[in-house]
Design a protein around this ligand. Structure first.
Ligand SMILES: *Cc1c(COP(=O)(O)O)cnc(C)c1O
Length: 402
């Protein structure tokens, strides 16, 4: 049975801590982590949790307790990871277009570095030569499919060093004596087709032959989770078999053991998350019935930003008759969460739940409209624990000079 929280648990939490509130279910995170771990158990594999999906320190600590390493994209994420107890060699820093000084700073911490730009690679080589190992992020120019905004391997993408610049990479490495320890690709989020990973692997193997001393290859993420009822999750079991087989075949050719690394974000924390909101108003117009809730894209931006679909349920009236609603927020900007959604009849005061809200939910929230950010609650062993207080009015003024 997949791990889920019940309507009663979610209602009790919303009553106790107020709404809107983000609720995370620890055992669901463990379930996802363990699925990945067992799918790749045939080969030495590490999972670097892409923490930008959800950075609450309590989540980072929990992830570490499961055995995960961590992937960070900003210097502050690296500091949060340190605070959560990760050892430097368990932290991978994968920045894009950041100041070189940030890279220098993480080298003083001993953190692993992933470089995605030739000019940075060259500067790094001049500075460190072979004394600080690096990973190189390659853009394989593979279409991950799906939403262009979350696809990073295509030709227009700012991420990675083009696979066509391999000759130039080799020149920099040779001239500066850089120690290339790994190669990395991340073709984007929500890859439906395992074939994309396998094509990415072929590109990586080709590149790898130019670097004799690799210890690992990093395939990034792209693990998909179901958002709609008929969505499919990435079949990690089949993927595990095919990818580990391909890597083991390559090892023979390459004559060296190679670890396999991944950077799942969404796969680990999306489904563990529930965003509970309260219905402020029901508004009948000539066109639709709006259910207006006490939140907006200031708290959950994915529907407006990515056209993302989040399943919504009415936990206060689960037996009510089906009605059709357009679910919107309360901010002064168009903030539609869902058009024409069939929900059990919604009454003013009912709690609605957005499912799969763990990844890029709270994390992308803002104070737009001078609205306060919601609290976060972690449920573990059946017990709810507040892991972030909701904003209070003073938080809006914290950095303002009065
Ligand atoms: C965002 C990101 C990930 C995680 O992507 P998900 O779709 O959340 O799994 C992994 N690696 C890198 C480099 C990223 O930027």
């Amino acid at each position: 049975m997949p791990q889920t929280l019940s309507n009663e648990q979610l209602t009790a939490i919303a009553n106790e801590y107020g709404s809107p509130v983000y609720v995370y279910h620890a055992e669901k995170i463990a379930e996802q982590y363990n699925k990945l771990k067992s799918a790749f158990s045939a080969h030495p594999t590490r999972f670097y949790y892409a923490c930008k999906a959800l950075t609450n320190v309590n989540i980072l600590k929990y992830m570490k307790s499961l055995g995960a390493c961590i992937d960070c994209v900003s210097i502050s994420e690296v500091k949060l990871a340190q605070l959560a107890g990760y050892e430097p060699n368990e932290i991978l820093y994968t920045p894009n277009c950041v100041d070189f000084n940030e890279l220098l700073e993480v080298t003083t911490m001993g953190v692993r570095v992933n470089i995605d730009n030739l000019s940075i690679l060259e500067q790094f080589g001049h500075k460190f030569g072979g004394s600080y190992p690096v990973c190189i992020r390659i853009n394989p120019h593979i279409e991950a499919g799906g939403n262009y905004k979350i696809s990073t391997g295509h030709i227009d993408s700012k991420f990675g060093i083009s696979v066509h610049q391999q000759r130039h990479i080799a020149r920099i490495v040779k001239t500066t004596g850089l120690h290339v320890q790994g190669v990395h690709i991340h073709t984007g989020s929500e890859i439906k087709d395992i074939g994309v990973f396998l094509r990415g692997l072929d590109v990586i193997f080709e590149i790898a032959t130019h670097f004799p001393g690799l210890d690992y290859i990093d395939l990034g993420s792209g693990f998909k989770v179901p958002y709609k009822d008929d969505d499919q999750e990435t079949d990690v079991v089949t993927m595990g078999k095919q990818v580990t087989q391909a890597v083991q075949d390559f090892e023979k050719e390459y004559n060296r053991s190679i670890e396999l690394w991944f950077e799942p974000g969404k796969y680990l924390v999306s489904e563990c998350g529930y965003f509970v909101v309260k219905t402020n108003v029901i508004k009948q117009t000539t066109a639709t019935v709006f259910a207006g809730v006490n939140s907006g894209f200031n708290h959950l931006i994915r529907p407006m930003f990515y056209d993302a679909y989040h399943r919504i349920t009415n936990i206060s009236n689960p037996g009510g008759p089906n009605r059709i609603y357009t679910v919107v927020g309360n901010i002064c900007e168009t903030d539609t969460f869902a058009w024409d959604r069939v929900l059990n009849e919604v009454r003013e005061g009912d709690f609605l739940v957005f499912h799969n809200a763990g990844a890029y939910g709270f994390e992308m929230s803002s104070n737009f409209n001078s609205r306060l950010k919601p609290a976060e609650v972690l449920v573990k062993d059946g017990k709810a624990q507040l892991i972030r207080r909701a904003d209070v009015f003073e938080d809006l003024l914290r950095n303002q000079i009065l």
